[in-house]
Design a protein around this ligand. Structure first.
Ligand code: 4NP
Length: 155
C-alpha cells in the first residue's frame, strides 16, 4: 500500500496541480501516491490552468494528465497526509469533518517552511505568469522538505 498524499486548493487548476506534480517528481511512485483536489467544484474534469502547465513544463514537470476534482469527505479516509494551500482551504476542509484523526491529517503546506505561521500560498489565478513562477518556487521549497520527511519516515 503506497503512502497517500493529497494537495488541496480552491479550484484544483492552479496551485494544487503544481504541488501534486512537484511532490510526485521527488518521490518514488511505487511507494507514494500523490493526488490533488479543490474545495470548489467549478473546474471538475478540466486540465490544469495553462499557466500552471507552462510553469511546470519549464521546470521539467509534466502535469497535463491531471484533471480537476472536488475534495470529498472520503478523502479523509483515503489519504494519509492532506496539505492545503491557504487558510480558507483549511477552514473549508476542516469544516467537513468532526473526527479528530481526520482533522489531524490536514496541514498548511507552507508551515513546512515556516512552522506555525499559517502563511498562504497566494492564489495566482487573477494575476500573470510571474505569480505562477513565485508559487512554483514556494511549493518546490516546501516539497523538498516534505519529500525528505516522507522518505525518512516511510522508506
Ligand atoms: P487554485 O486557483 O485554487 O489555485 O486552483 C483558482 C482557480 C480558479 C478559481 C479560484 C482559484 N475560480 O474561482 O474559478
Amino acid at each position: 500500500m503506497p503512502v497517500k498524499i493529497l494537495m488541496v486548493c480552491l479550484g484544483n487548476i492552479c496551485r494544487s496541480p503544481l504541488a501534486e506534480g512537484i511532490l510526485q517528481s521527488k518521490l518514488p511512485n511505487d511507494l507514494f501516491l500523490v493526488d490533488s483536489a479543490g474545495t470548489g467544484g467549478w473546474h471538475v474534469g478540466q486540465e490544469p490552468d495553462r499557466r500552471s502547465i507552462l510553469t511546470a513544463k519549464n521546470r521539467g514537470v509534466d502535469i497535463t494528465q491531471q484533471r480537476g476534482r472536488q475534495f470529498s469527505k472520503k478523502d479523509f479516509d483515503n489519504f494519509d497526509y492532506i496539505y492545503v494551500m491557504d487558510q480558507s482551504n483549511y477552514k473549508n476542509v476542516i469544516a467537513l469533518t468532526s473526527d479528530a484523526t481526520a482533522k489531524s491529517k490536514v496541514k498548511m503546506i507552507l508551515n513546512e517552511l515556516f512552522p506555525d505561521q499559517n502563511m498562504d500560498v497566494p492564489d495566482p489565478y487573477y494575476g500573470g505568469q510571474n505569480g505562477f513562477e513565485n508559487v512554483y518556487d514556494m511549493l518546490d521549497d516546501a516539497c523538498n522538505l516534505i519529500a525528505e520527511k516522507l522518505l525518512s519516515k516511510h522508506t
